[in-house]
Design a protein around this ligand. Structure first.
Ligand SMILES: NC(=O)c1ccc[n+]([C@@H]2O[C@H](COP(=O)([O-])OP(=O)(O)OC[C@H]3O[C@@H](n4cnc5c(N)ncnc54)[C@H](O)[C@@H]3O)[C@@H](O)[C@H]2O)c1
Length: 279
């Protein structure tokens, strides 16, 4: 991986520019970025649901920047393709001398079993195998508990990927996106159904980790706090932007997080490190 040459001049403060500097100081030399080899995802295939935007898109971007091929899954083919184009341009900008890893778009509703099965089959046909699954497809429905109409949650992708990894003896990584709402009750918005579903996602991850751990498959859940994505922007439009102030008073660092702040975490979770001390 290479860093592009950055004109040293543009990095200098005004006062330094007026001093005489040797010519060699004007360029930072190209160098290889060094990191632990186990963090590289080269030759891995990563599938991310809900990756047309928001956290899913950030996760797919982090994987592509770490060398992985990727499948973008979301409700609209057009949105998936736009997401992939934007990810590819970020990778090209970061590594202008390297080819962009293969990225493909799949329109699929993650709550419909037949959709999930046919999409999974197509992904396996296209890429040959899958090493990492992240389930970031999600919605937030803020409805009073007494008025909520139950809608079916989705564990379908986790099941398909587990079957695939067991059948082909792949020591893969499955990451289910839960939320802080799995363990704490946020306020003042009324979201009992969301909180309950995220608690279920956390327990699903623990159960699958217990059932599939002996096969070398790592299953974990990730529980973000408030992240500045379109999901939250939509929620604030419905519930009132003044909510942010009350949320931020409850956050120790006093601010919501940017989606890119989770890039390192998701790559670490997809790498060989978590719960696999033998590699
Ligand atoms: N944003 C936050 O503050 C926050 C905090 C904690 C957890 N989360 C969780 O992270 C995940 C991603 O959230 P986000 O903020 O990026 O949301 P987002 O709305 O920005 O993105 C979610 C994506 O999922 C897709 N999607 C929704 N239902 C789908 C379905 N049935 N099939 C396929 N795709 C579907 C949407 O089209 C969208 O592109 C969600 O599970 C959410 O609950 C978000």
């Amino acid at each position: 991986m290479m860093l592009r040459s950055t004109p040293f001049w543009s990095l200098c403060s005004q006062s330094i520019r007026h001093r005489v500097l040797p010519l060699s100081s004007f360029f930072i030399h190209r160098r290889t970025i060094k990191t632990l080899p186990s963090f590289s995802l080269e030759n891995k295939t990563c599938v991310v649901t809900g990756s047309a935007r928001g956290l899913g898109k950030e996760f797919l971007t982090a994987f592509a920047l770490s060398g992985a091929r990727g499948a973008c899954i979301d409700l609209s083919q057009k949105d998936c393709e736009a997401s992939i184009a934007s990810i590819a341009s970020q990778v090209r900008e970061a590594y202008p001398n390297d080819p962009v890893p293969e990225l493909r778009a799949y329109e699929c509703n993650a709550t419909i079993e037949s959709d999930v099965k046919s999409t999974w089959a197509k992904i396996v046909e296209d890429f040959g195998k899958v090493d990492v699954l992240v389930t970031a497809a999600g919605i937030v429905d803020n409805v009073e508990a007494e008025n909520y109409e139950y809608t079916r949650g989705s564990w379908l992708f986790a099941r398909e990927s587990g079957r695939h990894m067991i059948q082909h003896n792949i020591q893969g990584s499955i990451i289910l996106i839960a939320s802080m709402s799995a363990t704490i009750c946020v306020r003042p918005q009324k979201q009992a159904a969301y909180n309950t579903s995220k608690g279920a996602v956390q327990m699903l991850a623990k159960s699958l980790a217990t059932e599939w751990g002996s096969r070398g498959i790592r299953v974990n859940s990730l529980s973000p706090g408030y992240m500045k994505t379109d999901l939250i922007k939509g929620l604030l439009e419905n519930e009132g932007k003044e909510l942010v102030g009350s949320w931020e008073r409850d956050i120790p660092m006093g601010r919501m997080a940017e989606p890119h702040e989770l890039r390192g975490t998701i790559v670490w979770m997809a790498s060989k490190f978590p719960t696999n001390p033998s590699t």
